[in-house]
Structure formats: structure tokens, C-alpha cells
Design a protein around this ligand. Sequence first.
Ligand SMILES: [Zn+2]
Length: 465
Amino acid sequence: MRNILINFHYNDFKVGAYIRLSKEDDNTTESESVANQRLLIKDYLKIHELKLAKEYIDDGYTGTTFNRPAFMQLIADIEAGKINMVITKDLSRLGRNYVKSGYYIEEYFPNKKIRYVSILDNVDTFQNSQNNDIAPFKALFNDMVSKDTSQKIKSILQAKKADGLYLGAKAPYGYQKDPKDKHKLIPDMQTAKIVKKIYTYFLNGKSINTIAAMLNQKGYPTPSKLKNKKDTIWSYTSVYNILKNEIYTGKTIQNVWTNISYKNKTRIKRQKQEWIINPHAHKPIISMATFKQVQIKLHKKESTPLKPRAKLLLEGFVYCHECHHLLGANYNKKSNTWNLTCNNYKKNSQQKKCTAHYTNYQKLEALVLKQLNSLAKFDNLQCNYQKELAFLNNKLNILYEDRLNGIITLTKYQELKNKIESQMAALKTTNKINLNRDLIARLIDKITIDNCKNLRIYYKFRKND
Ligand SMILES: [Zn+2]
């Protein structure tokens, strides 16, 4: 197929949008509706900075014939020079007759220097695109492929989202769906007031938990109650989510989640630049200034989170001798020490299920290390490590000699050298003799403390191996 590349100024295009709704499409998807075809085309024109000259609609005409009034008008306007670009939602809108579609795409449009764009098939006859070559065949074969259908629906949804239409199943708390337009949000008299109160309380210094308690006391309906009609209470999370939701400033943020594919429905989060944000989609409940103030306040609170601490060397290895529960570690700020207590005791101190088994951790660790160091097995481990290191060193020397004697190429030498060196590095980090938790796990099954503070170490090997 020919490609005609003409340097047109984009402003020179007189765009004819061709929309077709056939009877056979009536009971199919919403994606074929006139409104959706129009929306998709409008969106395309906006993105490509093109202006619509005229819209041609054939409502109720099959794609197998080209004797349709609006289509014939389009051709007449092309002949009269009123239109030099034709755009359709997809190839099937132009026609379902392969021979005739092929004639227009391959013969008629190029001869008349008409640019033809089929949005969903990614066909643009003025772009040197591979898709153009398959266009006539696609008109014949690809209509029924489910992937196509899925992609088409996605594109329709995205066009809607770009227009700021609200596509959620339920309106968010504080809003309701406009009875005249299910894709538009309007503030809900009752709950919008509650949203405002939450923001005011928070800016007046109330904590999130206090706000939740206040709302419960007043018996205000909760977001989940409105959704599933279950009797629920306000929680930290439900208040927090309202304080974080930009929708209250009049903004819609959509296209955040997507499925992996049309077959795999696992939801994944899109990259931020793919999100479709419409800042003035509906009436705000919260002013932008207030929202920003709240975010700053929230951020201050969040920026000092508790860092997950690294585990102590023996943490998780020490058990209560009496009840077999783990001894948990607690830090004592005053004495700057770590202490262990029986978890069973800590959880059920009232029921006296066990005693504290209170143990100073540092002392325990020192004792265990002393024991380990005195073990022959431990020395063996160190021995093995040294042996392996020496072995790798030797390999490196041989390799070097091979290179000197010209037995191997420089490339091969470097490749093998890198390999050995990375093996050595790995050996050094995993088998470091200063004890780490991995090594402890290899050596020790468990350690127990009894209520007379006796220490027992259960090894994974027999001492005299
Ligand atoms: Zn215990």
C-alpha cells in the first residue's frame, strides 16, 4: 500500500467526523452509541489540536452497504473541497464491506489527498505507520476478536474519564449522583456538612481518633453504612480517608487502576502520568486552601513514623522453658537496655498463665557468644570458610597464569575473573565469622530461659561431631 506523506499544516485540516450506528449494534455495547463515538472523536481532536468541520451521522444503517445518506453527503463534501480529513471511531464504522472499505482507504482517500484516521485501530493515512497496511484486512477479520473489544471499551472509558465524568459505582461520601446525569456528582446536603465538620475539627487541633469518637457520639452515618447499609462506626481510617480525598476539592482522579490484560483481571496501579485528573469536575465541598492546610498538617504527623527496628541477634530464638512461648524484646529507655519477657506472661498477666522470665538481653547475648566461641564446630565453620577462600584464590592464580601463557583470551580471562571474584565477595558477606542471624539460625535450634533464669542452648549439631 502506498503512503502519501504531505506536509500539511495541522490547522489546514477540515475534519469530517463520521459516526454510524447500525441496527445490528442496537443491543450490543454502549461503546457503539452515537454519544460514545462522538466523545471519542472529540477527545482525539482535542489531543491532536484539530478542529471539527462537520459531523456526519448515519443512525440505523448497516455497514455492509455504503448507500447511507450521511456517508454520501460526506463524499459530496469531499468532492466539493469542504472536507480533507475523515475520522471514525474504528474501521467498522466506515463499513463492514471489505472490498468497499478497501476501496475508500486504499484508492479513493489517497487519490483525493484525504487524511483518514481510525482512532481505535491506530490508523492514520498521513502517518507512516505499519497499522495502515493492515487496515483493509482488519476491516474484514478483526472485528470479533475479544482483545479488540476489550481495548475499545477501555478507550471509551478513558475518553469519558478525560471529560471528568464520574464513573464510580457509588458516589463518594459527601456527594450524590446527579439524578439528571449519573456521571456527575453533586454535594449531598446531609453528608457534605459532615465532611466539612471533619476538616474543621482537624484544623482546630482535634486528633483523628477524637474526631472519630465525636462523630460516633453524634451518631452521624458512616461511609460504609451508606455503602452496604451495615451498622458501622467511625474509625481512624474512615476519618483519615476523608481528610486525604482530593475529590472534595472538586477534582476527579481516574484511570488510576488497570487490569493486567483483558484475560487477567488482577488490578495494578498505573503510573501517575497516566492518571486522568480533572480539577473542576464537580462542585467542591472543601476549598483548595483548606485541603492543602490539612495535607500539610497530616504530613507533619506522618513524617515521624516508627521505623521498623533491626532484629536483635538472638531475637526469635529465645523461648520460655516453662510454657514454650517466645520471649519478646523490650527496650528500656532509662537504663538503655534490652530486656526479654515471656510473651505468654505479657499477654495474659492477669490470668497468671506464666511468670515474667525477665532477662537482660545483653547479658544473655554475651553468654551465648562465649559458649559458641568455645565450640569446636564453630571453629570448623571458620576453617571451612578459610579453606574455600584459599581455593578460590588459587583458582584466580591459575587463571592468571593461563592468561600469561596465552591459553585463554583476554575476554575469557576477564569473564572468569569476574565470576570468581563475585563468588569470593558472596562468601565474605554470607559467611562472615562475626555472627549474624543467618549463622545463628544454622547453629542454634533454640535457647530457653527457665524461671530460675537458667540458660539452655539447643544446637542443631551434636557437640562432638
Ligand atoms: Zn512462659
